[in-house]
Design a protein. Sequence first.
Length: 427
Amino acid sequence: MRPRWFAHVDMDAFYASVEVLDRPELAGLPIAVGGPSDRRGVIAAASYASRQFGVHSAMPTAQAFRLCPDLVLLPGRMERYQEKSREVMGILKSVAPKVEPLSLDEAFLDLTGCERLHGNWSQLAQRVRMSIYEQTGLWASVGMGETRRIAKIAGGLRKPRGLVVVDRGAGPDFLAALPVARLWGVGPKLRQRLEQLGLLTVADIARTPRAQLQSMLGKTGLALHDMVHARESGNVNPGRAHRSVSHEVTFGHDRVGHDQIEPVLLHLCEKVGGRLRNGGLCGRVVQLKIRDTGFHTFTRRTTLPRPTDTESDIYRAVRHLLHDMKWEQVPVRLVGVGVSQFSKSTARQGDLFASRTERSQPVIDQTLDKVHDKYGGSSIGRARSLLRKLSGDSASWQEQLWSPLDRNPGDQSTSIPASTEHTRRPT
């Protein structure tokens, strides 16, 4: 079996960097992409200049302005970010036989067996980084190692414009000095649990017998043991599919009652249905997400009789979920609609007993999709979904995509000079 070798490429402050690329006068200024502060907006991405003030993604915009009064807030342009992402992914696919995008701004590369083609790994990482910059005008950080996890962790250590290569066999020593929070997959709850067990660093985990970790943490303990000892169990999957396609909105003012919420849900169903059809997918599980004014989040799911990509089917299911939850008098801050458990749209079966209107729905959907593609997503819609704009809150809610490939950049490292690091195996 060939020795495995991976790279992880992560664009530096991607959304914010694209904005600076298109508007050079913003260079060096603290900027962020997100929703307005007076409409419960949230920061989607922050430049490194703004991160020096403590601004980061997922932070309420109002808080970001308190930390950085001179923050330049931009609304975000998803189509433009997707365009630049396609350019970056095209460059990566010219380098590696297998490329797995994790989001618009991040990807794994499987370089196993490419030693003779590319030679020195550090030089290759530098070439990849410079190719991205020269062809797109954007900078990336690159990490390389014998496992995907080592490559990802390495790539995040020297952002922005970082380059870290961990030699084969040096992985355990490279990881040992890191805090457990640096491990991929260790979130706040698991970190707290590890700290309660006295496991504060990766070295603490590495010293703990495998059986003991399993006893304390179950399968998670086994996975951590493999990770810190540089044992890779996963693969780069170029055809990694969406697990879900979803859309949500945060209201500028709380909404109460079905009459105020249902038109927004229909609008979300139109968005989700269009994205399903664009991806050639049908889904069978429909999810409704609601967050109340106290920030309590509730989700409900239902399974349809057959897979669908039609917003009318999705809306019918979501509406039933809403009524079952009895939200007539509860103020709502956020709602979201999602679809999962996919199959290819060509595998969809029709309903023998469908009405004439239901049978004509695919034609209507295709017509709407063509109009949206040509004139934009807000150019046309169903009449009921337009009622969402008639409650005195027409522009005071922020839409967000929340499927895996539309995830916002999550790096929150502080700004440091460009650097290169190469970790070698001890002799």
